[in-house]
Design a protein around this ligand. Structure first.
Ligand code: WQD
Length: 340
């Protein structure tokens, strides 16, 4: 069974390729390398110990995608390819709407033309905004997006559900990720932010590695136990495994079409300060940090009710926060070694 993994050279996409291969799926990676490096493909081949099929190209390019669907019998697609920097989306909304919406629509057209039935779509807990109740379930209200990036995820979910409501013969699961962190245990692949990291964990590991002077903790005056924001940090390999389970679930559904959304989180909220302390304890590395102003657009706290993923997919997170932080640190150390 061949699975097309768009954005397969990216952080979550690459780790999902490993999980798919380890569960007997054949993968076809498509990536335009706008936010990834082709060295990831070689690293993946080292991990899975086989040559991987990789086509460099853009999911907005119908002719390119059509060629990929012609060359391979694709039974399912996992669609990761999208721009995902919240701050950048505020500065360049058109770039985000054009890329994130058009690439999905082009992909759906190709899936329909080639009669590919199974789709797993990469969405985000961002669609919930600041939930009124916690933990957040899939039935929690979708709030007005706080960024063009978040809005593209909401609109993409609607595009998929509207197409299926119009009887497009596709079975789709939308996975709403919480905060993916960590790296593969081999430290051969991991998060590769370009420039100054926006996300907490790569900023922590770069500070610990001496690349950044100190970590700024964006606000300690929130209504949380220690005043810092709370998030649901999920090991990227647990998130990867959730995609395998989602595909297996869709494969087993003998219906003409299907649509559902599933939260993929640990179900546990951790504050920024708890993460910082866990990192120091796990790695025994000094970490310089200061309390800074709140970051515009941040919500105070969100963490998942992960019951549906367990019930529907038979999936639950297995790695601890400490394991994820240790894996993230080993990955950062490997990156430093490569530079020397
Ligand atoms: C986590 C917490 C920050 C950096 C975003 C997207 C989401 C998903 C994951 C794509 C917050 C604090 C951070 C720093 C800090 N991306 N922080 N100092 O904002 O929860 O989610 O990334 O799908 O869609 O919205 O993740 O890692 O940026 O921040 O104090 O240098 O860490 O304030 O409370 P976020 P994050």
């Amino acid at each position: 069974m061949k699975i097309l993994v768009t954005g397969g050279a990216g952080f979550i996409g690459s780790h999902t390729v490993v999980a798919l291969q380890q569960n007997g799926f054949e993968t076809v990676i498509v990536d335009n390398l706008s936010n990834a490096q082709d060295t990831v493909i070689q690293a993946l081949e080292k991990i899975v110990k086989k040559k991987l099929t990789f086509h460099q190209g853009d999911c907005n390019d119908a002719a390119f995608l059509s060629e990929v669907f012609k060359q391979h019998t694709i039974e399912g697609v996992i669609h990761f390819a999208a721009y995902k920097a919240v701050g950048e989306s505020v500065k360049s909304p058109l770039k985000y709407y054009q890329n994130n919406l058009n690439s999905l629509m082009t992909l759906l057209q190709q899936m329909e033309a080639s009669q590919t039935r199974n789709l797993v779509f990469s969405s985000s807990c961002t669609v919930y905004g600041q939930p009124d109740q916690l933990p957040v379930t899939e039935d929690s209200p979708i709030k007005l997006a706080t960024s063009p990036y978040g809005n593209t995820k909401q609109v993409c979910e609607e595009i998929i559900s509207d197409c299926i409501a119009a009887h497009m013969p596709i079975k789709a699961l939308v996975l709403r990720y919480f905060n993916p962190i960590g790296a593969h245990a081999s430290a051969l692949i991991g998060e590769l932010p370009i420039g100054v990291p926006n996300n907490l964990i790569p900023y922590v590991t770069q500070t610990a590695a001496g690349i950044r002077k100190e970590l700024s903790i964006f606000g300690d005056d929130y209504e949380t136990p220690d005043g810092t924001c709370i998030r649901d940090y999920i090991h990227v390999m647990d998130l990867a495994q959730a995609h395998v389970k989602a595909l297996q679930f869709l494969q087993a559904r003998s219906v003409a079409s299907f649509y559902d959304t599933v939260n993929i989180g640990t179900g546990e909220g951790k504050s920024v300060m708890e993460v910082v302390k866990a990192f120091i304890k796990t790695t025994q590395v000094a970490l310089h940090y200061t309390i800074a102003e709140r970051r515009a657009g941040d919500i105070e706290q969100i963490y998942a009710n992960a019951d549906k993923a367990k019930r529907l997919l038979g999936w639950e997170a297995k790695h601890s926060l400490e394991e994820a932080l240790g894996d993230a640190w080993r990955w950062q150390q490997q990156l430093e070694k490569k530079k020397s």
